[in-house]
Design a protein around this ligand. Structure first.
Ligand code: DGL
Length: 261
């Protein structure tokens, strides 16, 4: 069982981190498209080109399934496109439906944060048409958080200033849930907790995405890996250097210290 997981950068490590925990029988290839991050500020055509290249890369390495650990890439990689490949390609979308269902009995609004591409994309708007009949979901694009995350800045004052400024016109006290609709946003929980009231729940799509991956693999009866736990890391098609691997480890350690839902 070999799983390919990719993102524009280090955000998708949060999906890998969870997958490694709940799927010890699998081996993984993680691909960060560091040459093209951030996707959230590119055109749809550019992002589609990057995705094509990464999927080809994964196919060459005979993975059994691919996870697009990136809401932005998923927002442009339609279901039809994904199903044109001979293996399961699991996408991610902001976990609005999950937040709605989990906190249906709690009064309050839901805020969904994502990249500009995801926020403007048809995919999210179609999802809201389906699940948000009471119109209690607000959207916010936070592209700068992707840059902070890529720099490995998890706890600097600049992040607090940025978030406070971006949220100044939002009814922060009315929220019951904050949906992390970009995998890069997972690293900043400490700041969200300072800005939102204590009762706010943080919802990411990682567990749901990995469950979907497990379902697809079970349907196909994919066998356990011969090298369970083995993980290879690539930055835009080349193996990571030792120094880059140290960087990856810093992110994985940061993820060890966070729990979301
Ligand atoms: N991590 C990505 C996501 O989930 C996108 C970040 C970016 O490259 O802009 O949307």
């Amino acid at each position: 069982m070999r799983i390919g997981i990719f993102d524009s950068g280090i955000g998708g490590l949060s999906v890998l981190h969870h997958a490694k925990k709940v799927m010890p029988e699998a081996e993984f290839i993680y691909y960060a498209d560091e040459a093209h991050v951030p996707y959230g500020e590119k055109t749809e055509a550019q992002i589609r080109e990057y995705i094509d290249e990464i999927i080809r890369f994964m196919l060459d390495r005979h993975v059994d399934a691919i996870v697009i650990a990136c809401n932005t890439a998923t927002s442009v990689a339609t279901k039809e496109y994904r199903s044109s490949f001979p293996l399961p390609i699991i996408g991610m979308e902001p976990a609005v439906k999950q937040a709605k269902e989990m906190y249906a009995d709690t009064p309050g609004r839901i805020l969904v944060a994502a990249t500009p591409v995801t926020i403007a994309g048809d995919k999210l708007h179609h999802l809201l048409e389906k699940v948000d009949d009471e119109h209690n979901v607000d959207l916010i694009a936070l592209p700068q958080l992707v840059r902070f995350a890529e720099k490995g800045d998890f706890l600097t004052e600049d992040i607090r200033v940025y978030l406070t400024e971006q949220l100044k016109d939002y009814p922060v006290d009315e929220y019951k849930a904050f949906v992390l609709g970009c995998t890069h946003f997972n690293y900043f929980k400490a700041y969200y907790k300072e800005i939102f009231p204590e009762r706010v729940h943080y919802v990411d799509g990682n567990a749901g995405t990995v469950r979907q991956l497990q379902r697809k693999l079970a349907q196909r009866k994919v066998k356990k890996s011969e090298e369970p736990g083995r993980t290879e890391y690539y930055f835009s098609g080349r193996p990571v250097t030792e120094k880059e691997m140290e960087r990856v480890k810093v992110y994985m350690r940061q993820l060890d210290s966070l729990t979301f839902i």
